[in-house]
Each structure stands twice: as structure tokens, then as C-alpha cells.
Design a protein around this ligand. Structure first.
Ligand SMILES: Nc1nc2c(c(=O)[nH]1)N[C@H]1C(S)=C(S)[C@@H](COP(=O)(O)O)O[C@H]1N2
Ligand SMILES: [Mo]
Length: 430
């Protein structure tokens, strides 16, 4: 829906008088400041935003503290429950961490030409990479990227952080000449049971041929300006900027070059799409179940900008028990634009001390301002305020529209390529 159409509808209703609670809410639905500036007709007076109700989560903090991410970890024991000497045995301390890089020794028998690399990095040979060596590579090649971690199977993103590390291609090139390599796969710490392994994979191209100005897969050692804590996958974790969480393997310990052309990700075994990119989608915060009439209803949530970018967030309100005589249910669904969190202008207030936004991927290195808003693969908050609702039962839905004009859950309604179903919140005005 073009915003001008919406304003026509709103203006017309304004003059014919608000006859239903839905129309009343349309009049006061909060509009994005950009839309107001560009399109708002003079006759339509937009009321100032009311003070936000106590307990509102808008806007969500831009960065999530490392310990506050929602955790998605398998395995027994989970690494963050190991302590003392167990951590040393598991090579999960900064001193004992090692990364081994080898060629696939047990490919699928159908793969006739085995992968080989000139210089494997192994613990047995004393050549495995340690943390000081990775940090040393970082002095020259470090990348910094703001990314929301999102599980393919959980709607709301798990948290958002500033991740810093070394592009995977800088590490893999240390292995010298290679033959018969079509993919690389990698896994993190697990116990001796092979079934505990959590593994993911990339095509050779994705790992090695980062286009200029694009986002590389990287081995991250810092989160929000601090070493990555064990709970978030430290000392070193893979970060795949464009992908769902299952590609960003925590407690990374092994990378394997293979000539297998199939994505042999652990997640692929559960019908997930192992090659999906993050989807553009809006998610709703909780709303109190009962709201006293006369009090504005504050609707808010997060929106993540996926591969296809984000144009706007919209909501629609349905009255579940309309007054007799009103054409409820027959009315076409009206989607109204939500207000987006304003672009951050002073990034020094958001980023960790000592980090300039000029160094962060997705920012203009001259101005230090983001090249898109929201940043690609990041979340921002959105909100709308519903006022003048008559007592009754309501439901509200929200959706993101991508830069190609597809409204969620399109263009990829398959939930196994990333959960982006429309969310609903119900409440009663009494
Ligand atoms: N080694 C390992 N890495 C892992 C996982 C795991 O269980 N083990 N879970 C993955 C999944 S499915 C997700 S969604 C993210 C979650 O990251 P978080 O716990 O830091 O929020 O980690 C990924 N990396
Ligand atoms: Mo996940």
C-alpha cells in the first residue's frame, strides 16, 4: 500500500467522522517521521506521541550485553557449564584454544576426487592456530560488524552485538595450495560422542571470494568490545553475517576442506534450509492482556533487515467483538505504517569505547554514518500507538515490507528457511 493511499483513506475518514473504534485507531496510529514530513496533508493534525507507558520496551537497547542473548546451545555438557581443569582439557580457555584445519579424510564414498591442502594446521604437528596468532592476523585484517543473532526456528532475534574478528579467507589462505575443494565445513567443541557435534558449512566461494565492500565470513574473538565469553561461544566463534545462527558455530575448533558439494550442516538434517539468508521480518513485543479504556495502547517490537532490505513496518488492528451493526470482518484489512526507531547519529554512545563507526562494515568510512537504515542483518525497534479504542477484544498484527515491496511472510513463506510468520497479540480494552 502506498502511503498516499493510506493518507487519503485516513483523511476521508477524518472528515466523515470516526464511526468505529478501528477508524479512531487509524487516526491516531503513529506515523514514521519520514512519512509525516513527506506526505502529511495540512488538514490532518497528528497528535504528538504520548509519554511512553511504564514498562514499554521501545526502543530496545541497540546492543545486547553478551550475557543477555537468548542462548541456543546443544550438547552435554554445554561448554559454559564446564569449569576449572575441564575447560583446559576442552581447550576452551584463551591459552589452550586451538583451531585445526585439515582436508576431509572421510568424504562420502560417492566423492571420487578427495580434497587436499598443502599445509594442514594440526595439534599433532604443533601447527594448529592459537589465539595470539589469530589476534596477530587481526592487527592487519580485522573486521567489525553489527549483527543480530537469529535462530532459524525462533521468531524474535536472540540479541545483537558488535562482533570483531578475522575474515575466514585470511586464515584459510595460510594452508597454501589446495586441490579438489568445493566446500568447507566446521564444528565446535563437543564431547566424545560424534552425535554431539554441531557442524555447519559454506561454499568455497562464500568462504574465499568476498566481493569488495561485502561482508566476509569471519572468526570472531570480540563481542561488544570484550573477549567473547564462554556463554556466547568464546574464545573464538564463527560469524556468518548473512546467515541464521546455526552457521555461526560457537567454540570453533575445526575447519575441514572437502570436495563434497552438499551442505552437510547439522541443521540440514532437521529440514531447515541450509542455504537461506536472513529474512526481513517484524516481531511483536508482548502487550498487557487487559488495558483500561482511555489509556493508549502501545504496540512495539523489533524488525530485522534481511537480504532484501527493509522499507517499512506496518500493523493492522482487528476488533474481535465489534458492536452490533458494524461491518466487522467485511472491512478490508488496513495496514498502517509504524514509527521506526530514528537512525543513531552519535555512534560513540552506542559502540564500545575506542570503536569508531568508520571502522564498522556497513558504515560510510568518511562520514561514519550507516549506509542503510536499518543496517543490513541488524535489528531496530518500531512502535505504534493506538488511541480511542472502545471497550472490547482486539488483535494486532505487524509485518515488515522489504525493499522489493514484498510484505512478510512473502517472498519466502517457507518457515524452514527462517521463521517470519505474522505475529499476533490479543488484548482487551475494558
Ligand atoms: N557449537 C555450537 N554452535 C552453535 C550452536 C550449538 O548448539 N553448538 N547453536 C547454533 C544455533 S542453532 C544458534 S541459533 C546460535 C545461537 O547463538 P547464541 O546462543 O549466542 O544466541 O548458535 C549456533 N552455534
Ligand atoms: Mo538456531
Amino acid at each position: 500500500m502506498k502511503s498516499s493511499t493510506r493518507f487519503d483513506a485516513v483523511t476521508r475518514r477524518h472528515f466523515i467522522g470516526a464511526t468505529s473504534s478501528l477508524a479512531a485507531s487509524a487516526l491516531t496510529g503513529e506515523l514514521s517521521s519520514r512519512a509525516q514530513a513527506a506526505d502529511a496533508p495540512e488538514a490532518l493534525s497528528i497528535k504528538p506521541t504520548p509519554a511512553k507507558p511504564v514498562g514499554s520496551r521501545f526502543p530496545h537497547p541497540f546492543l545486547t550485553p553478551a550475557s543477555k542473548f537468548r542462548d541456543v546451545s546443544r550438547g552435554d555438557p554445554k561448554p559454559h557449564t564446564i569449569a576449572g581443569d575441564g575447560l583446559v582439557q576442552a581447550r576452551l580457555t584463551p591459552e589452550t584454544w586451538r583451531l585445526e584445519i585439515t582436508a576431509d579424510e572421510t568424504p562420502d564414498p560417492a566423492i571420487k576426487d578427495r580434497a587436499s591442502i598443502r599445509k594442514p594446521l594440526t595439534i599433532a604437528d604443533g601447527t594448529a592456530m592459537d589465539l595470539p596468532a589469530l589476534l596477530e592476523l587481526g592487527r592487519k585484517h580485522e573486521v567489525k560488524f553489527l549483527k543480530a543473532m537469529q535462530c532459524l526456528n525462533i521468531p524474535t532475534p536472540l540479541g545483537q552485538g558488535l562482533w570483531e574478528g578475522v575474515p575466514l579467507h585470511e586464515v584459510l589462505r595460510l594452508c597454501g595450495a589446495m586441490r579438489n575443494v568445493r566446500r568447507i565445513y566446521y564444528w565446535g567443541f563437543h564431547n566424545n560422542d560424534r552425535k554431539q557435534r554441531f557442524q555447519s558449512s559454506l561454499s568455497y566461494t562464500q568462504a574465499m571470494e568476498t566481493p569488495p565492500g561485502e561482508l566476509p565470513a569471519f572468526l570472531a574473538y570480540r563481542l561488544n568490545g570484550e573477549p567473547i565469553p564462554l556463554i556466547r561461544g568464546g574464545p573464538v566463534r564463527m560469524i556468518i553475517p548473512w546467515a541464521h545462527g546455526f552457521k555461526s558455530i560457537k567454540w570453533i575448533q575445526r575447519v575441514v576442506f572437502t570436495n563434497d558439494y552438499k551442505a552437510n550442516d547439522t541443521y540440514a538434517e532437521q529440514n531447515n534450509d541450509p542455504e537461506s539468508h536472513l529474512k526481513t521480518a517484524a516481531y511483536l513485543d508482548d502487550i498487557p492482556a487487559k488495558i483500561p479504556s482511555g489509556q493508549p495502547v502501545w504496540v512495539s517490537g523489533l524488525v530485522i533487515s534481511g537480504l532484501s532490505g527493509m522499507k517499512r513496518v506496518e500493523y493492522t488492528l482487528r476488533s474481535e467483538n465489534p458492536k452490533p451493526g458494524l461491518p466487522a470482518g467485511d472491512e478490508p484489512e488496513e495496514w498502517l505504517e509504524c514509527r521506526l526507531e530514528d537512525p543513531v547519529t552519535d555512534w560513540s554512545r552506542v559502540l564500545p569505547p575506542g570503536v569508531s563507526s568508520r571502522q564498522v562494515l556497513g558504515f560510510d568510512p568518511n562520514s561514519g554514518q550507516p549506509t542503510t537504515w536499518p543496517l543490513r542483518y541488524s535489528t531496530i525497534s518500531w512502535s505504534a500507538v493506538l488511541k480511542g479504542l472502545a471497550p472490547g477484544k482486539y488483535s494486532v498484527r505487524a509485518r515488515a515490507v522489504d525493499l522489493n515491496g514484498f510484505a512478510q511472510p512473502e517472498p519466502r513463506p517457507n518457515q524452514k528457511s527462517g521463521t517470519n510468520a505474522l505475529e499476533v497479540r490479543e488484548f482487551v480494552v475494558s
